[in-house]
Design a binder for this molecule. Structure first.
Ligand SMILES: Cc1cc2nc3c(=O)[nH]c(=O)nc-3n(C[C@H](O)[C@H](O)[C@H](O)COP(=O)(O)OP(=O)(O)OC[C@H]3O[C@@H](n4cnc5c(N)ncnc54)[C@H](O)[C@@H]3O)c2cc1C
Length: 506
């Protein structure tokens, strides 16, 4: 049986941050900026900041600060620059790739208190918000204007807009509306020396390189986002949410292919497999999904009322042709919301299956879904793991979820080995190693699976142009540490790049 490579998140105990001791007076300086009660230093306070949603990878910070304004963030970052202390920004900590904890030491800057909606510009369909605003709260605030914020990660009741920007988050409605990057017009950010800068504008891309595009998805490595200008979307006139019930997940995948090939563009195409349905139906998220189904496909259509009836009929026919033995439409808004509660609560429901959950994230070309799903299930069986699938099928964005118990070392090793094999499979099928959860520490050492040395060197150059001392979220996203190449055959030697030397492609 394969064993776990040391590079992937396999530590179960909280490790001490591998860092120099903080200088005398540094913590007092932080407290003077944010206030003593917003500067956390005790074990009890720091415990919850030692990881994000990837709970296998834990490093407890020594200090967490919770600034209340851009000025406070700027002063904190300037003090860190003076003392050469790394800075890790953090939103709600729902990330699933090990992004918001200080793997190379330093402090965590939580943006959770900066959660105001600063402006709603209804005419131009824009909002200016602080980064700690919870995603779903923005749609609630703008609903009275007939608008909503389209990117809707399943974690949207908790995750923040700042975290979404940093991860370029998607969600079930990415299929029609795109990911976060398609909805961000401008950013305010704090640079590593504490300066505050603005990029982008309310009127769209400016002249020159698309800096907003480069910053979205940079996982806190290029600056701390302190303000976000986002586009809002009109609430559609009508919505139809349908449920196609299949004997197995492979035929549900075929149906997804048939729908997209037909030219229809649903707002969402989401698959839940049998194990997911069982977990959901046994939980508070239950929605009356058929427990004996092999898979269900949630199809959401939106648009003008007059268009939808015809689309429902066409999709019903396509679903039956693909092998659906049942096809339902949500009878009312309450049932529609219940379907979505089941979908978005699925990860939570899996807490019933085992103490730990590893949520994988990869993308494959949509046409490969049936073949890939078959092989993903085979990998799960071969490694004797409890693997379930709930995913954004319309985007080809898989989430194979492995339920396990980290206290069982043999099982943990199998979880990590199976995860690596799944990633390799997706890449071999023409896919990539993440669709929306980002790279963080989890996939940093797998970047070489999809990027060449030259690609990685170019990414490092961009990073070093904006953060020459690599003080923002070091150890994340791009393989640069000693640790990676020794442990992982896919890493390409970026460990050998000394901290202060120029990076040249090999
Ligand atoms: C149950 C569940 C369901 C999920 N479903 C989805 C989904 O459907 N789609 C999806 O894309 N993701 C999903 N996720 C993953 C996660 O919610 C997203 O990645 C989300 O964007 C993280 O937001 P956060 O506020 O929790 O950020 P955190 O986890 O706190 O941080 C994430 C990264 O952003 C950086 N960061 C945070 N704030 C800032 C800032 N202001 N400036 C600069 N960098 C910053 C951090 O350093 C870190 O690298 C899910 C997670 C869970 C637990």
């Amino acid at each position: 049986m394969a064993t776990a490579p040391d590079s992937t998140p396999s530590s179960t105990a909280s490790e001490a941050s591998p860092r120099r001791p903080l200088a005398d007076g540094f913590v007092r300086g932080l407290a003077a900026i944010v206030g003593r009660d917003q500067c956390l230093t005790t074990d009890e306070e720091l415990f919850v900041y030692e990881c994000d949603g990837l709970t296998l990878d834990t490093v407890r910070p020594e200090v967490v600060v919770l600034p209340a304004s851009t000025e406070e963030v700027s002063a904190v970052v300037a003090l860190c620059a003076e003392h050469d202390v790394p800075v890790v920004p953090r939103g709600a900590g729902t990330g699933l790739s090990g992004g918001a904890h200080p793997v190379e030491g330093g402090i965590v800057v939580s943006l959770a208190r900066m959660k105001a909606v600063l402006e709603v510009d209804v005419e131009n369909r824009l909002a200016v918000v602080q980064p700690g605003l919870v995603n779903a709260d923005l749609s609630k605030v703008v609903a009275e204007h007939g608008l909503f914020y389209a990117p809707d990660p399943s974690s949207q009741l908790a995750c923040t807009i700042g975290g979404n920007v940093a991860e370029n988050s998607g969600g079930p409605h990415t299929l029609k509306y795109g990911t976060t990057t398609d909805h961000v017009r401008a950013l305010e950010l704090v640079r590593p020396d504490g300066r505050v800068v603005r990029v982008g504008s309310k009127v769209g891309p400016g002249i020159g390189p698309d800096l907003v595009g480069a910053l979205v998805g940079s996982e806190g490595t290029l600056g701390i986002v302190t303000e976000v200008t986002v586009e809002l979307t009109p609430v559609p006139e009508a919505i139809e949410t349908l449920l196609a019930i299949f004997p197995d997940v492979v035929s549900a995948c075929r149906c997804v292919g048939a729908i997209t090939l037909s030219g229809l563009v649903p707002a969402a195409l989401e698959i839940l497999d049998r194990r997911t349905i069982e977990a959901v139906e046994a939980s508070v998220y239950k929605a009356g999904l058929p427990r004996d189904a092999g898979a269900v496909l949630i199809i959401e259509l939106d648009g003008a009322d007059c268009e939808l009836a015809d689309q429902v009929e066409r999709i019903g026919a396509l679903a039956r042709e693909a092998g659906a033995h049942d096809f339902e439409r949500a009878r009312d808004e309450a049932e529609r919301l219940q379907f979505w509660k089941a979908r978005k609560g699925a990860f939570g429901a899996m807490g019933r299956l085992a103490p730990d959950l590893y949520v994988h994230d990869a993308v494959v070309p949509r046409a490969k879904l049936p073949e890939v799903l078959e092989q993903v299930c085979e990998i799960g069986d071969r490694y004797r793991l409890k693997l379930s699938n709930v995913f954004h099928a319309g985007d080809g964005n898989l989430h194979p979820n492995i339920s396990f118990d980290r206290r069982d070392e043999d099982e943990l090793a199998r979880v990590i080995a199976a995860g690596e094999e799944i990633l390799r499979l997706c890449v071999d099928m023409g896919g990539v190693i993440t669709g929306e959860h980002g790279v963080g520490t989890e996939k940093r050492d797998y970047m070489g699976m999809v990027f060449s040395d030259d690609d990685l060197a170019a990414m490092l150059r961009l990073r070093e142009a904006l953060d020459p001392d690599r003080r923002f979220n070091p150890g994340k996203l791009i393989p640069t540490t000693r640790f990676c190449a020794e442990a992982n055959p896919h890493a390409r030697g970026y460990d050998r790049v000394p901290f202060d030397e120029e990076v040249t492609p090999s």
